[in-house]
Design a protein around this ligand. Structure first.
Ligand SMILES: NC(=O)C1=CN([C@@H]2O[C@H](COP(=O)(O)OP(=O)(O)OC[C@H]3O[C@@H](n4cnc5c(N)ncnc54)[C@H](OP(=O)(O)O)[C@@H]3O)[C@@H](O)[C@H]2O)C=CC1
Ligand SMILES: N[C@@H](CC=O)C(=O)O
Length: 815
């Protein structure tokens, strides 16, 4: 004997019902079958709406009932041959008239009791099962239709009746034994009756339960629950982009997950079948070849200690607090009695060992009733000040990790809360029972999607990580960065199991968002068609998305953009900047950003601020972290100036060489910052700060070589003025060349003092052999006192800078 249950979507219309017929036919070839069906998809809701409209005196209930009738009539017409339709149609009509009679009573009385509602909704399953039985007959498949109300006995808790298993089991067994010749029994799900034969229902989703009750009563060898998904998933597919099918799951795990919002199976369904050890298959009516999920005692380990992740929305936390509770028995009893007196279901309980407070999670809709009941129950204690009035917090949700294999498996909760913390998800309360099968955390409702994705990635996609990237700036460096992301896309996926999605892209004119990721092949087109750039909206668009593993890359040279880092870090969004403005602003701001990064677990990385793609800051940090102390730094830190002085020999105008540096992408967007030495001042200051010095820009000496006349007006004026000052530049060159030396713009940091300036460097010096746009940094430290640690290479250029930003993005997510 096997039991097959088909849900509302599987029997929503004639086409789907025909699929059911085919599947049941195949099942019948194997064994006797009990078929349990739900109402046609959506009908139960429609019946409730009609009943409620009637109760409120709204005559539109008649239209709703007409819709219900039409739907069933259409289904009969589409399913049955003309000759077989009339008796079924007249039965459907009779039932629909009965519903109308009851609803008109409700309308006249203006009252809808739970008992009457149960009666009304019972017609959904009665009609569907009756029509389906007729369809089997017309297909030549004999069957026995049985009203489940005659089999399943419950108490009289209308809407959510409890089953009397002794009577029910005996009735089911008796009925089946009385009909040995029948191969196919068809039963309406969901409905039952009490000891006075009054119709009751088993709770929404109760058809699953009907099927489980029958399977258990008959010791069936299998229960199959046919639905519109291919089994239980590791997380809700509406929340997680790549959930996985759970091929097998234990009864306990399935119960935990279904209680926690995985709606694939109605939670009470598991109990009866678990008692008998009957395997339950979850299968997809629309993809029957899919393997589905089997629920049974023994499960194979899926390689993770977690079987699935679930959540409950709309949760309120109730906190009862007070010094008068400590060490006094009975407080929790009274709290729970007050809640149960109002039929309030407690979803989660936590109490610290200080006993100073008890915190429970309940459905948000019950929060005000709970407050009233609990404050009444503790009226005396509240008035005498030993207990506070009940505190209610709403806008929350519960997320839960579920898995039998968490038991005695150290590190699961550490991993869970570590991952949530790294992504800025604040945990309001935690509960874990000693069964260690479920770890639940209460979080803000707005964080649920992020939290579930974070946990899913942590436990099920350990070898596959998604970075959600927002890039501000699509100029020289930004452009190259996007090209490199495109070029490396498959490599990152295949070798590092990382997928980078650009969720937002902006320049000074436009901004564009795409939650699925902006296509890298034609990003310019998307950006050009984006909305006008508004910095506030851009930042709000990033923070409000609240995505996990979010990185903000600042590839501008803009101060307003840099002023937003704090707000981003406070939302646990990592910031990667080649823009040097933040790190070279006042020391307090630099310090604040570093502190926020630590406090909110969001890396703030700016390796490219010094030496572009060279590992300058990383090397310095490694030295310091391992206990070394920086005594002196000597460096050439301007790619532009090194290029200019390597290429200028008095033959070609100085301004032409500077222009070439700008065209080749070495200069700042405003090249005066390079030529004035300001860019180098910023860089040596950043190195000094990273070495632990509280330096400001005004503490840095600058022996600028630029005539004051060149630094006035616009960039065009700057070029024009340099042409006029050619003699000055020639003279600078010749002075060095006459000594057999080269001009180098050198930055020094020595015993806490930093300075920059043009120097004549001879061939014996480490800085002499420095070609093109290269930079070099010499670190003299306690461990490198005589021979410095040297970092040398291209120190400017869009490609190398972009690669440094790229590396920081990957570092942000892996640190
Ligand atoms: N070139 C190099 O070798 C190195 C450069 N850097 C740094 O890289 C950064 C970028 O340099 P580069 O690419 O050459 O500069 P570009 O001028 O070529 O590009 C700057 C980008 O920033 C955008 N932008 C400017 N203001 C805003 C704003 N308020 N909001 C949004 N976007 C804005 C611009 O928009 P739009 O396109 O609309 O003008 C442009 O896309 C600079 O901070 C520089 O110091 C660091 C190390 C080395
Ligand atoms: N303009 C800068 C670029 C890198 O920071 C330079 O020339 O070094």
């Amino acid at each position: 004997m096997q039991v097959l249950k088909f849900g509302g979507s599987s029997v929503a219309n004639a086409e789907n019902i025909n699929k059911v017929i085919a599947l049941v036919k195949q099942a019948l070839a194997k064994d006797k079958t009990i078929l349990v069906v739900s109402a046609l998809g959506g009908i139960t809701d429609k019946l409730i709406q009609a009943a409620q409209s009637a109760a409120t005196g709204d005559e539109s209930y008649k239209e709703k009932l007409q819709e219900i009738e039409n739907r069933h009539i259409e289904t009969v017409r589409a399913l049955l041959p003309l000759t077989g339709q009339s008796s079924v149609l007249s039965a459907v009509k009779t039932r629909c008239n009965e519903i109308e009679d009851i609803c008109s009573g409700v309308f006249l009385l203006g009252e809808l009791s739970a008992r009457t509602q149960d009666k009304i909704v019972s017609y959904g399953e009665l009609l569907s099962s009756f029509i389906i039985a007729a369809r089997f007959e017309s297909a030549g498949i004999a069957n026995a239709w049985k009203d489940s109300r005659e089999l399943i006995r419950t108490d009289s808790r209308f809407g959510h009746a409890a089953v009397d298993f002794v009577t029910t089991n005996a009735r089911i067994l008796g009925y089946i034994l009385e009909n040995p010749a029948v191969n196919l029994f068809i039963l309406p799900g969901f409905i039952a009756s009490d000891s006075h034969n009054v119709t009751t229902t088993l709770g929404r989703g109760g058809s699953d339960y009907t099927a489980a009750i029958v399977a258990a009563a008959l010791d069936g060898h299998t229960l199959e629950i046919w639905t519109d998904v291919s089994g239980m998933m590791t997380a809700d597919p509406r929340l997680v982009s790549n959930p996985r099918l759970i091929p097998n799951i234990s009864y306990q795990e399935a119960m935990e997950l279904s209680h926690f919002g995985a709606k694939v199976i109605y939670p009470p369904t598991i109990q009866p079948v678990m008692r008998k050890g009957i395997p339950v298959w979850i299968k997809n009516t629309f993809a029957p070849a899919d393997p589905g999920t089997v629920i049974e005692f023994e499960t194979t380990n899926n390689g993770s200690s977690i079987r699935g992740i679930s959540s409950i929305a709309k949760v309120a936390l109730l906190s009862l607090e007070g010094s008068g509770m400590v060490g006094i028995p009975g407080f929790s009893k009274r709290l729970f009695e007050a809640l149960s007196g109002q039929q309030i279901n407690v979803i989660l309980i936590t109490q610290g060992s200080s006993e100073h407070s008890i915190c429970v999670g309940v459905d948000e809709n019950s929060a005000s009733a709970a407050k009233q009941a609990v404050d009444n129950a503790f009226d005396y204690e509240i008035n005498t000040g030993i207990v506070e009035p009940l505190i209610i917090e709403t806008g929350l949700a519960i997320i839960a990790l579920v898995g039998d294999h968490m038991k005695s498996h150290p590190g699961v909760s550490g991993k869970m809360f570590g991952a949530l913390g790294r992504n800025g998800v604040n945990v309001r309360a935690i509960a874990q029972g000693s069964s260690e099968r479920n770890i639940s955390a209460v979080v803000a409702a707005d964080d649920v999607r992020k939290a579930i994705n974070v946990l899913h990635e942590e436990f099920f996609e350990t070898s596959y990580k998604q970075i959600n990237l927002f890039i501000t700036g699509t100029g020289n460096v930004g452009h190259r960065l996007i090209a490199q992301l495109l070029q490396q896309r498959s490599y990152l996926q295949e070798h590092l199991r990382i997928q980078i999605r650009i969720i937002g892209l902006a320049n000074s004119r436009k901004m564009v968002f795409n939650n699925e990721g902006i296509s890298l092949d034609n990003w310019q087109h998307h950006l050009d068609n984006g909305q006008p750039m508004q910095l506030d909206e851009w930042i709000a668009g990033i923070t409000s998305r609240n995505l996990r593993n979010t990185v903000f890359a600042d590839v501008t040279a803009n101060a307003d953009v840099a002023s937003r880092y704090a707000a981003l870090l406070q939302k646990s969004i990592s910031v990667v900047a080649c823009n040097k403005i933040a790190c070279s602003s006042i020391y307090g701001n630099y310090r604040l950003l570093k502190d926020l990064a630590r406090e909110f677990n969001a890396p703030f990385l700016f390796e490219t601020n010094v030496g572009a793609g060279l590992p300058v800051i990383g090397t310095l940090n490694d030295l310091l972290r391992s206990g070394d102390k920086v005594r002196r730094i000597q460096a050439v830190l301007s790619g532009t100036l090194n290029f200019v002085f390597n290429n200028y020999n008095g033959q070609r105008p100085f301004s032409d060489v500077v222009r070439q540096a700008q065209e080749e992408g070495y200069t700042e967007p405003d090249p005066r910052l390079d030529l004035s030495g300001t860019d180098v001042m910023r860089k040596i200051m950043i190195l000094a700060r990273e070495s632990g010095e509280k330096t400001e820009m005004e503490d840095i000496g600058n022996r600028s070589f630029m005539p004051a006349s060149c630094m006035q007006g616009s960039v065009a004026d700057f070029y024009a003025a340099m042409t006029k000052e050619e003699a000055h530049f020639k003279q600078l060159y010749q002075a060095a060349a006459s000594e057999g030396k080269k001009l180098k713009f050198v930055a020094s940091y020595d015993n806490g003092k930093a300075s920059v300036g043009l120097e004549h460097i001879g061939p014996e010096h480490d800085l002499y052999h420095l070609y093109g746009k290269d930079n070099v940094v010499l670190f003299y430290t306690d461990r490198y006192p005589e021979q410095p640690l040297v970092v040398k290479g291209a120190g400017a250029g869009a490609d190398v800078t972009a690669s440094g930003v790229f590396a920081d993005i990957l570092r942000a997510i892996n640190s």
